[in-house]
Design a protein around this ligand. Structure first.
Ligand code: AVJ
Length: 322
């Protein structure tokens, strides 16, 4: 056993509030209007996302968590001892603790998370369960290069952990760029464990993004509530609606905020006009096949080392190597 790790402190590289204002101004002036899904995850948005994962229609988290529980020993065997785990978009950290628990004596855990509240909560939970593990929490937007704090104990290799099918929230170009930066982070002998939601019948996909309790709608519209809080927005949330539909052709859920009527809204010092029915594109959630996973991995210079899926083939955990 190693002595207890020293206390941890957060490396705060959170994007300045000015970024949200500038992105909102540019995105709402564009045609079509758009806002990045990364802005969903303030403290309230992260809590709403956790509530989504408990909705009966949102199978992704339940399936991935059960799959990870089942295959964690095999992952641990393939990965080997004394790795430095680097996670992107940690959220609640439940899957993190499942993985760390299965690994053979990991040396350090770097958690990159954009919501400071979520980062503090998940890091406390990891610290409680793994008192000897060196913790390197970083509050940052993982779509930009993140300088990684070095581990005190030498690691045999780096394992990047990117679950949740979060890669699917990026369009093809951005996903490729992100995978290339993951490859950099992995280093020559590194590995990456990614979660991918798989293509399935449209009814189930659309239900997952339109839960009956309306939690996903609240999550989506929180983006406007956040602009009201942080970017001098004057949005009336009753005058906008959540809309999520699956494009069979593009193999992705496309989520928009739709203006219920013609209106002009002040935000970040601008007056933004909306036509009745006009959309703000806010999120895509790409769905994958074995072939599309192999293709995007190959484009990023990565190879599929091993793939695990649940019996219903709803979701895949994929180990990638350089
Ligand atoms: C962040 C990828 C886990 O796209 O499924 C859930 C976010 N958005 N419901 C997804 C989300 C609406 C989610 N992930």
């Amino acid at each position: 056993q190693h002595p207890p790790a020293d206390g941890w402190t957060v490396l705060d590289l959170a994007p300045p509030a000015a970024d949200l204002r500038a992105d909102a101004r540019a995105g709402l002036r564009a045609n079509p209007k758009r806002l990045s899904s990364k802005y969903f995850y303030d403290a309230r948005g992260s809590r709403l996302f956790e509530a989504i994962t408990r909705q009966p229609e949102y199978y992704l988290t339940r399936v991935e968590t059960a799959l990870l529980e089942a295959v964690a020993p095999r992952i641990a065997q393939r990965v080997g001892p004394n790795v430095h785990v680097v996670e992107l978009g940690t959220g609640s950290g439940i899957k993190t603790r499942q993985l760390l628990d299965a690994l053979d004596d990991p040396v350090a855990y770097t958690s990159v998370e954009i919501s400071m509240a979520a980062l503090l909560d998940s890091t406390r939970a990891v610290a409680d369960q793994f008192p000897h593990l060196q913790l390197l929490p970083v509050c940052a937007d993982f779509t930009r290069p993140v300088p990684l704090p070095p581990a005190q104990r030498a690691a045999r290799r780096t394992l990047v952990f990117f679950p949740g099918s979060t890669l699917g929230n990026f369009d093809d170009d951005d996903a490729l760029e992100l995978l290339r930066s993951i490859r950099e982070t992995m280093g020559p002998d590194g590995l990456a464990l990614l979660g991918f939601d798989l293509v399935k019948p449209v009814e189930r996909l659309e239900a997952a993004y339109n839960d009956a309790a309306g939690v996903t709608a609240e999550f989506t519209l929180n983006l406007l509530a956040r602009l009201n809080r942080e970017a001098e927005g004057r949005f009336d949330l009753n005058r906008f609606a959540h809309h999520a539909a699956y494009s069979v052709e593009r193999e992705r859920i496309e989520t928009a905020i739709v203006s219920r009527e013609a209106q002009t809204v002040q935000v970040a010092g601008e007056a933004i006009d909306f036509a009745a029915g006009e959309r703000i594109e806010v999120e895509i959630s790409r769905k994958y096949t074995g072939a599309s996973i192999r293709t995007i991995a190959a484009q990023a210079g990565l190879a599929v080392d091993e793939t695990w899926t649940d019996d219903a083939r709803d979701f895949a955990l994929v180990l990638l190597r350089a």
